[in-house]
Write a protein that binds this ligand. Structure first.
Ligand SMILES: CC(C)(COP(=O)(O)OP(=O)(O)OC[C@H]1O[C@@H](n2cnc3c(N)ncnc32)[C@H](O)[C@@H]1OP(=O)(O)O)[C@@H](O)C(=O)NCCC(=O)NCCS
Length: 154
């Protein structure tokens, strides 16, 4: 199978309703604040401008997920998370690679995202894909500003 779709241990599938319960568990354990309610994830199943993918292990367990929204030639990463036992095994990279390839195919040219300045793992992940800081949103989060990053797709 294509290396964008899987590394040695995990594979990427479309985020369907079947994965929602598992994804919610990962969401709740991955974020102290900023937890997306279930209704935001449910948008994925009705809004054609929102796409999502899950990374699953060989037992079909959700190890991570990503959700993005696009319009015109721009997209935004709404959320990405990897379950704690699966961190630092390349799953975030796999989800990003697959999603970005998908966006390129759809003619998307720029991807935006907000991130907490204190979130070094996420900033490092986005930097790995060439994302550049393009702005800040004061008080975006309850107790912290947001950095806005932009990633140009070729
Ligand atoms: C950000 C996140 C998705 C990364 O997932 P991951 O599967 O662990 O990432 P990968 O293993 O693919 O690592 C990719 C890069 O991220 C960076 N990174 C990952 N974990 C890191 C850590 N603990 N500290 C610093 N950098 C880290 C590294 O640059 C790494 O690249 P490298 O392996 O070449 O060194 C994960 O840490 C996570 O779920 N965090 C909680 C949720 C969250 O904050 N999401 C982002 C919201 S904006």
């Amino acid at each position: 199978m294509n290396s964008l779709l899987q590394n040695n241990f995990y594979k990427i599938l479309p985020f369907t309703k079947d994965f929602l319960d598992d994804v919610m568990q990962v969401e709740m354990s991955s974020f102290k604040e900023d937890i997306f309610p279930r209704s935001v994830f449910e948008d994925l199943f009705v809004n054609p401008n929102i796409i999502g993918f899950v990374a699953i292990d060989k037992h079909n367990k959700v190890a991570g997920y990503i959700m993005l929204r696009y319009a015109g030639e721009e997209a935004e990463i709404l959320t990405i998370a990897v379950d704690k036992p699966f961190l630092k095994q390349g799953i975030g990279t796999l989800l990003m690679k697959y999603s970005l390839a998908n966006l390129v195919t759809g003619g998307i040219k720029e991807v935006f995202l907000e991130v907490r300045p204190s979130n070094l793992p996420a900033i490092n992940l986005y930097n790995k894909f060439g994302a550049k800081k393009v702005g800040e949103r004061p008080n975006y989060y309850e107790n912290e500003d947001a950095f806005v990053y932009m990633l140009k797709l070729e």
